[in-house]
Design a protein around this ligand. Structure first.
Ligand code: NAD
Length: 483
């Protein structure tokens, strides 16, 4: 095989986007994936959880149908098996799509496990056991992350799963011998009140499970604007989810047909019973077995160190996505993949992390971008905060989803939008406008005076910007404060 321009190791959202972009820029590219194209995000992360959450949402809406004037005769039931089948169909469609995009762009896709022999040659053990060597001018490492395994006794017990395992596809196990979850748990205990913990708590509670979340820190959802995390905490209670903060899980032990989870809280050892335990204590970059140390690639713990062009300290070697440990978000991985491809193709591209949106797919959703009020406080940055509640938004009322609010943080005097944080219906999409504003220095005045279609949820963003700029929204009164 003649020399390639680029070998990408790992076919997740960082790696496959990198490969496509590089091919678009005229490079000869091969991509090596050991399990499934699409990686965690498509197969056992972002996409499957959102498919299942949509089923949960449909179920919750169906239970409220009379509110919308729709009478249902008969009973409503959760059919977990069909929800999982739908999720698998969505995942399959996207994975096939990625395969088609890669081959359509002329990327050579190899199913196998790669190891670097030198910065310019990659050994690949193919799925059938045969081995080949790829000669290449550049390599991008995009090997992702794996669930963290904190020192909790009993993490290996049957019935204790990670999100990867819980969402396992038939016949494909990301780690160990996970088999897809056949039945809904009655009592689910989730270790960790981060994004994964809260998304799964929302899902299984909506489907009828009794859910307990045990979080070590005094608060949940650490990166989220503090006021929204606080409001969401009271909603968790309303949804029947039990949350215990400052609870450090120490041990899981078999108890009859189920499990007992032991944790320290209020200086006491306490216990809660479960028939399923989800370990959602974070993820760690995966960079083992690639031969990186032999090549002198600098890592900090497992994180491959990269500069703003995604280059490692070894010439020709790049890394993108979770393996860099920069920000374990799919959209960051994809952008890093594009930057690496462009740099390799000779362009002057760099990563810019100023406006990275976050979304929590809880019910209701939470999303944000840019400066939070706690960061403003810590750094002594003076900001105006404009707030607009969805209860005063016409579209939210027609949807029957009025919980939540938009918070816009801007420079005093209606200046540049520094951060936008929201909880409510459709905020995972509304955050795009805010991201554009933060990234490009749009002012709160400009945001407020841009015509937003009526009636839409997006008017809530313009109204919060108006409240930040001039102290008053049109459809809600007196919600500005100087911080
Ligand atoms: P996380 O770091 O967000 O949360 C893990 C939580 O577990 C922390 O709050 C931590 O304090 C807690 N914890 C750790 N050990 C504990 C113990 N022994 N007892 C009790 N609590 C303990 O990690 P995550 O939620 O697992 O998510 C992993 C990564 O995946 C994150 O980087 C996240 O951003 C990403 N992710 C993003 C999305 C999204 O963008 N919607 C969805 C899922 C995951």
């Amino acid at each position: 095989m003649s020399e390639l321009d680029l070998v990408v190791i790992g076919g997740g959202v960082g790696g496959y986007v990198c490969a496509i972009r590089a091919a678009q820029l005229g490079l000869r590219v091969a991509l090596v994936e050991k399990l499934r194209l699409g990686g965690v995000c498509l197969n056992w992360g972002c996409i499957p959880t959102k498919a299942l959450l949509q089923s949960a949402h449909a179920y919750l809406l169906a239970r409220r149908l009379t509110e919308f004037g729709v009478q249902v005769k008969g009973t409503l039931e959760v059919a977990w098996e069909f929800m999982v089948a739908r999720k698998n169909t969505v995942v399959g469609t996207l994975v096939d799509g990625v395969q088609n995009l890669l081959t359509g762009h002329g990327v050579q896709v190899l199913l196998g496990t790669a190891r670097l022999i030198s910065p310019r040659s990659v050994g690949v053990t193919l799925a059938d056991g045969s081995r080949i060597v790829l000669d290449t001018r550049h390599v991008v490492i995009a090997t992702g992350s794996v669930p963290a395994r904190p020192p909790i006794a009993g993490l290996d017990l049957p019935g204790v799963l990670t999100s990867d395992q819980l969402l396992a596809l038939p016949g494909v196990a990301p780690q160990g011998d996970a088999t897809p979850l056949r039945d809904l748990p009655r009592r689910l205990v989730i270790i960790g009140g981060g994004v994964i913990g809260i998304e799964f708590a929302t899902l299984f509670s909506a489907l009828g499970a009794q859910v307990t979340v045990l979080e070590m820190l005094p608060r949940i959802l650490l990166p989220v604007e503090v006021e929204l995390a606080r409001r969401y905490r009271s909603l968790l209670k309303k949804q029947g989810i039990e949350l215990v903060v400052e609870a450090r899980v120490e041990e899981i032990a078999p108890a009859g047909k189920g499990l007992m989870v032991y944790y320290q809280a209020d200086q006491q050892r306490q216990a809660v019973r479960a028939d399923l335990v989800l370990n959602a204590t974070g993820r760690v970059p995966f960079s083992e077995g690639l031969g990186l140390d032999e090549l002198g690639v600098i890592r900090e713990r497992e994180r491959v160190q990269v500069d703003e062009r995604m280059a490692t300290n070894v010439a020709g070697l790049y890394a993108v996505g979770d393996v860099t440990g920069k920000s374990m978000l799919a959209h960051v991985a994809s952008r890093q993949g594009e930057v690496a491809a462009e740099v390799i193709a000779g362009h002057d591209s760099r990563m810019d992390y100023r406006a990275v949106p976050y979304v929590v797919y809880s019910l209701p959703e939470i999303a944000g971008v840019g400066l939070t009020s706690q960061e403003a406080k810590e750094h002594g940055i003076q900001v105006e905060v404009g707030v607009f509640p969805f209860s005063a938004n016409g579209r939210a009322l027609t949807l029957g989803e009025t919980e939540g609010q938009v918070r816009v943080l801007c420079e005093p005097g209606g200046g540049r939008v520094l951060g936008v944080h929201m909880m409510g219906p459709g905020v995972s999409d509304l955050i795009a406008e805010a991201t554009l504003a933060v990234q490009h220095g749009i002012t709160a005045r400009q945001m407020a005076t841009t015509i937003h279609a009526h009636p839409t949820l997006s008017e809530g963003v313009a109204e919060a910007a108006r409240a930040a700029a001039w102290g008053e929204a049109i459809h809600f009164m007196k919600l500005r404060s100087r911080r």
